[in-house]
Design a protein around this ligand. Sequence first.
Ligand code: TYD
Ligand code: MG
Length: 458
Amino acid sequence: MAKEKTLFFCKDCGYETTKWQGQCPGCHAWNTMVEAPAVKKGKNGSSVRRTEMSAKPAKINEIETQGESRQETGMPELDRVLGGGIVPGSLILVGGDPGIGKSTLLLQMCRLLAEKKNRVLYISGEESARQIKLRAERIGTFSDELMLFSETCMSAVVQAVEEVSPKVVIIDSIQTMFEETVDAAPGSVSQVREVTGVLLRLAKSKNITVFIVGHVTKEGNVAGPRMLEHMVDTVLYFEGDKTAMYRMLRGVKNRFGSTNEVGVFEMQNQGLIEVPNPSEYMMQGRLENEAGSVVVCTMEGTRPFLIEVQALVCQTSFPMPRRTAVGTDYNRVNLLMAVLEKRLGVRMADCDAYVNVAGGMKVTEPALDLALVAALLSSHHGRSLDSDVILFGEVGLVGEVRAVSQAERRIAEAIKTGYTTCILPDSNCRSIQKAGNLDVSGIRLIGVKHIRELLEYI
Ligand code: TYD
Ligand code: MG
């Protein structure tokens, strides 16, 4: 038998060659070429089919948009990330670590959509219909508009969609689906590409919203080709520490909304519960007036979060001092300790330092600097900050405190949560007072120019 023809694809950009190469000629990435069988040609000798997106070129002003086409899912935290609801005919990729709750989230969404008389088809290639039913029993009662289908073959899926004619389809997960014309294992580059192509045509031609669940690799990307992310309209990542209770849904790409949004959920016994006020949630269990603990207001996109930052500084008993940072950048902590040593003369070189962002959040934005400095100083001196103080600001190498973005939003959140003093970069403080858009009567604003000034409050 003649050897099956194979091609090499770049996992990142989808570049195709007939020979293996170490470096992709398309995107110049190294070690991204993988072998996959060539797609069997269709009847007319082409492996490419025409997508029926629009019939012919038209003037932009003459194209009709369907008025108010978005449909709310009934989960405000999910709608927020989607940009206000689901758009018919769009493809939405939901990625995340195994066991994070992707299937649960989508099943809960299906339940609410079905209750509102939308026909929903949930296709699972990972679980049997009975397994899904067992999960569903934990979540609640379901309407008859939700149909379950346990299948991995795309032609059966397409047929089912034609029979059921749903408004929303869930594919759980793309790595288990296969198209018979492609002679490769499910989850391989060529399968994922072909299956996504079929789903894309289905979504656009029938005006169905398709949610695709994607597995995530060790590096945190959706497994399979990067181009999967290029092909879909929206990419959402569901993430969170397995040990922490909360989960965060983050928009990475959105053709129909902003990617600056996050939705916060908590996994409980009856499925995922929405957390509309994360700041209060994050502050649970905080001990007041303890040295080494401060509160910072960070931003996740446009959403403010109050988080506790903790530091423990103590004399080292090792030849090399130990330093760890949980939830933030280790190098940044080392840098800030060097700044403290040099600019304030605080002896840190023979101190162990352990820094922790409480609640399992990961914060890398520069506005955390001032809080890290305050927590380190507070622990080092054994003096606490008042419990109603919140701070944010970036710290430079000469110890100067630099302005950060969205200061007004941060202060508004602090006022809402009941904080009465805010230490912030002087330039932010002045521009807020000058603009006068924000009612700051409930909070004392203390602008600082240099970390030296911070010492007064500790
Ligand atoms: P699942 O949605 O299956 O994750 P994924 O599809 O992302 O792999 O959720 C898996 C975890 O959630 C599982 O470990 C059990 C837990 N869970 C709850 O704690 N409560 C619940 O009500 C449900 C349905 C799941
Ligand atoms: Mg699952």
